[in-house]
Write a protein that binds this ligand. Sequence first.
Ligand code: G3H
Length: 478
Amino acid sequence: DEEVYKYYADGEWRKSTSGKSVSIINPTTRKTQFKVQACTQEEVNKVMEAAKVAQKAWARTPLWKRAELLHKAAAILKEHKAPIAECLIKEIAKPAKDAVTEVVRSGDLVSYTAEEGVRILGEGKLLVSDSFPGNERNKYCLSSKVPLGVVLAIPPFNYPVNLAVSKIAPALIAGNALVLKPPTQGAVAALHMMHCFHLAGFPKGLISCVTGKGSEIGDFLTMHPGVNCISFTGGDTGIAISKKAGMIPLQMELGGKDACIVLEDADLDLVAANIVKGGFSYSGQRCTAVKVVLIMDSVADEVVEKVKSKVAKLTVGPPEDDCDITPVVTESSANFIEGLVMDAKEKGATFCQEYRREGNLIWPLLLDHVRPDMRIAWEEPFGPVLPVIRILSVEEGIHHCNASNFGLQGCVFTRDINKAIMVSDAMESGTIQINSAPARGPDHFPFQGLKDSGIGSQGITNSINMMVKVKSTVINLP
Ligand code: G3H
């Protein structure tokens, strides 16, 4: 009689009528850790109906009251940081300290969103007619931001809590209802996070969380006529969703192949520290991880040596011990990473460390002398393996970066601010960091991907603005 975690609908915890469950495999032990309900399409329909009804009343709830509830949820979330972090350790093998950080950051994000929301949604616009040719001042246009309706949020496994609240909080402050479909790995952490919102006292049906198999409810959710907006973070699935979704606003953050361009005059210790942090934190399973180093040949040997000595100090093992490198999320992910590594080996890349794998645990690996004919030069491993491509000119680095089908973030290291700006302008990516590894945060910064890396811009302010529409009332004077 194993426990199957219930899903959340209409303000209560429910068992699915399917009688089926989905297993969550612990990446470290590779054994079933938890089970969640496999919801049915009929249950999704009910959630959508409840959301629609609840949203109408929520949209009329004063903005300050919506903010108050979000602040309450944020505080409860922080109080529950230990048990939620425990789920993140067991479900996605996130190192213990990072797991706690994710929950605290999420609480802060919810509070900030509440504050930002009351400011930007508290403002409307007044236009007068006589600025346009042929008009007298006899029309006043009042416009304000109103909710879209029901927002569907689909976060990925690597931040099941933080990338859930980055969609939930803006949706709610703006007066929308919210349906969450968490990733399988991370679903229990997401359900626990949902419990915090439940304790805060949001109206019944306004927020819900359905769990289940993508094959059963994935398309059904994303193509559901009751959905008025989709905010998705993940991989290629996002491209498929954007093709199938209806005429609704979409916010997508997909993969990345963030390039790190290193010029000759860079601070090489700073470079090495950022390559290790950017490439290997959470075992490279971040969309903003450094995924290819493009380094001027004249400084490459020195940087590779510095990186090697730092990589040797990384701890490898279970997330419970707060190791730097922990098992990657699934066996198929580990197999995919291994495939990229073996391809590079066959084609002559230099391994700076010995390749080592036990189960889902892959030891950190820097691959030097990678060339463009190797898969790892272009594909996203989402693991602790990092290719180094030596370049003879800045233009060569920019060219490689821009030839990628991804364009999330990138970074450039140089002491020359003029060169830094020139490279930043030339790189076709959503954000370029000067002298630091890519990162999404602070969470109020705009965050966007170009090309196959996504559509729309996130970050707290942009997400709130994306989850509203402009509504005008024109007063016509006689
Ligand atoms: O994995 C994708 C995340 O949006 C990256 O966030 O830069 O805070 O790790 P991060």
